[in-house]
Design a protein around this ligand. Sequence first.
Ligand SMILES: *Cc1c(COP(=O)(O)O)cnc(C)c1O
Length: 248
Amino acid sequence: MPSLVSAVSSSTTKTEMQTRLLAIRQQIADAANRAGRQPGDVRLIAVSKTRSLAEVQQACACGHTVFAENQLQDAMTKIPACSWPQAEWHFIGHLQSNKVKAIVGNFQWLHSLDSFKLANRLDTVMQNANIVMPLNCLLQVNISGEQRKSGLRIHEVDEVLATLVKANYSALCMRGFMAIGVQNDVRGSRAVFAQLRELRDRCREQFDLPEFDQLSMGMSDDFEIAIEEGATMVRIGTRLFGERSSHK
Ligand SMILES: *Cc1c(COP(=O)(O)O)cnc(C)c1O
């Protein structure tokens, strides 16, 4: 018999998708309750990178309309096609300053802000496009310090955030931090997530930023501990859509 495993993600039925969504939402609620938090304070972001438009549309048909992408080109095959119901899009990949135009008007959230230069460019492009809603920005922190990861190192955060606050952008709103846990290390991830929450709390107060209230942390393998440690957004791909065929 041929293996069916590789076909799973493309043949996911609506019922399967609904079942997965319900299971994830229940796990989110349970983790929030364990931490004495409200389940409604944690947003599920479906990471649709490498997935087809049909898979995204199926999630929409199941009532889930919040997605994240990490490649602009791939994202643009889906975003214009998902205008009804209106989906919300989060960019979670590395963004080069010369590519920011594609963000404008397509994405409502950027999880990977990591430099003053990028913020300047984004603000200018947003203003020129007369976009009314500011872009919600999260500073990506490479909190585990692993070489291969992008984002600010923890000792750089204060200086960069101070510069961003001082710039007083009209088209960008600083909303919090994003981080990736430590691969295959639950205890390490928990420590890193707790550290990020403390950093968020301190920065929010120190820089007097009431809207700096978000923590994007937790993926398929560690979202429950991220929620226990304060995540307000979890980015889940594999658990919802199945295994990815490519490693993007
Ligand atoms: C791919 C990706 C995810 C989702 O990973 P899964 O393990 O499939 O849930 C989350 N965050 C970022 C930044 C990613 O690149």
